[in-house]
Ligand binder design. Structure first.
Ligand SMILES: *Cc1c(COP(=O)(O)O)cnc(C)c1O
Length: 450
């Protein structure tokens, strides 16, 4: 009997229902696009990005706190997010010259860009200074190079000093206490070359309490820095606002029941290998929790300190999905192996010894009744390890060649951070769904390279 249970596949983990996406998936469009493009593709829903950034800004307004939201660009490379940021006045967090060029090229103003990342390249610092971007300084030698660039350009550099989180002392990012003291003295001494605007941090994990507490500490640092004659009127709390992919009941059941028998080749994962796919206080609600930690909002107001934040994943929540075409199906004892027309490089979670867990949705080419069928999903490459999904997903029926497989909510980090033209497979195109005027129309995110 146990064999029968196992053959039914891993516990289901459906993404939250999404009527707007369902309407698109229920139309002819996905199959038409798959046919036209001849490979997998990503669908982008920029309306959702706007809704998400508005919701973050709303939390700041509600709390009576001045602030700025910066989209952490590394979470997804599409152009459409830059267009939306430029129009809505949302900032962008960049960490390379290419990212900065893209943001500026799409009309994001330099003053609305924050530059993060370690030991920033000379060319990045130069353009950042010339465009009046805010630079989160990560090390003392970097501060010297920023001052050199400011002097060469005869323009002040706007800087934040990035704090090494005391609770994450092994982080390779940020300045420790002694380095911060030196950096503050150096900023004061640099005179007009530097406008020291405040401090920043970025924590791994999703703990709102830890963010609230460290933010309060940075407010105190601002007050100390002002004694040295520095401006110090803003702090950045970085990113790490959780995304809620699935309902609590599904998530809890999955964690309770999943085991090696649920995965192809008996692969095993422990709960800590997975992103926390359910969050009771995701995105803007996490910001609210941070702002209420020990009365943080009031402390920001009293000190005249602005709150900057750099969400990546949370701004992309439900703003995209990834569509593969089924290219082959074969049976193994108790389950099947579906092979799709792309690779796991287009679902990045698979490359961090983890698994992207929201269930892929099957869009049959023809509605054929059948028995439920459990299958893992492999990529069209020659690597054993190229599994788009290791677990045995419970499908309504045995997938067939020509069906589509849609991975929901992949805009945040899944789509393009690891993509490569491995095996000379084409990179999935990004298709934007525009809804202006009440109709849904599609277009490519970027024109093909000239
Ligand atoms: C990656 C990163 C972010 C975004 O993190 P999310 O978890 O996507 O919100 C923000 N700031 C910095 C400095 C980062 O490195």
């Amino acid at each position: 009997m146990a064999v029968t249970t196992r053959a039914s596949g891993a516990p289901p983990l459906p993404a939250h229902p999404d009527a707007q996406l369902d309407a698109v998936l229920g139309s002819k469009l996905p199959h038409e696009l798959s046919y036209a493009l001849g490979g997998p593709f990503h669908l982008l829903m920029p309306d959702r990005f706007d809704t998400n950034s508005t919701a973050f800004k709303h939390e700041l307004t509600e709390a009576g706190v001045q602030g700025q939201v910066y989209y952490a660009k590394k979470a997804n490379k599409a152009a459409v997010w830059m267009d939306r940021c430029a129009v809505s006045g949302t900032g962008v967090d960049v960490a390379s010259a290419g990212e900065l060029r893209d943001a500026l090229g799409h009309g994001v103003r330099g003053e609305d860009v924050v530059v993060t990342g370690p030991a920033k390249a000379e060319g990045l610092l130069r353009v950042a200074v010339l465009h009046g971007c805010l630079i989160a300084v990560d090390a003392l030698d970097e501060l010297e190079r920023v001052i050199d660039q400011a002097q060469a350009a005869a323009r002040p550099a706007r800087v934040l000093l990035r704090r090494l989180p005391p609770a994450q002392p092994h982080s390779r990012f940020g300045l420790d206490d002694r380095e911060l003291t030196s950096a503050l003295a150096r900023c004061a001494e640099a005179g007009d070359a530097v406008v020291m605007e405040g401090f920043s941090f970025h924590l791994s994990g999703y703990d709102t309490q830890a963010r609230g507490e460290l933010a309060a500490e940075l407010i105190d640092l601002c007050l100390k820095a002002r004694v040295l004659g520095l401006r110090a009127d803003r702090i950045s709390i970085g990113g790490g606002f959780a995304v809620d992919y699935t309902a609590a009941e599904h998530w809890e059941r999955f964690l309770r029941e999943q085991g090696p028998h649920d995965y192809h080749a008996g692969k095993s994962f422990t709960a800590s290998d997975f992103y926390p796919y359910h969050s009771p206080a995701p995105g803007p609600a996490a910001l609210r929790a941070i702002l209420t930690t020990d009365g943080l909002a009031g402390r920001l107001r009293e000190a005249g300190v602005m709150l900057l934040l750099e969400p990546g994943r949370a701004l992309l929540d439900r703003a995209g999905c990834t569509v593969f075409r089924v290219q082959g199906v074969k049976d193994r004892p108790g389950y099947g192996i579906v092979t799709v027309d792309g690779s796991s490089l287009s679902l990045s979670e698979q490359w961090f010894n983890s698994e992207y867990l929201p269930d892929p949705v099957l869009l049959p080419a023809e509605a054929t009744p059948g028995e439920p069928y459990a299958a893992c999903v492999g990529g069209a490459t020659c690597l054993e390890s190229d599994m788009v999904t290791w677990r045995k997903v419970r499908f309504r029926a045995r997938p067939a060649v020509g069906d589509l497989l849609v991975y929901p909510n992949t805009a945040g980090y899944q789509m393009d951070s690891n993509e490569s033209p491995f095996h000379e497979l084409p990179l999935p195109r990004k298709v934007v769904l525009d809804t202006a005027g009440g109709t849904t129309r599609w277009r490519f995110d970027r024109p093909p390279l000239a």
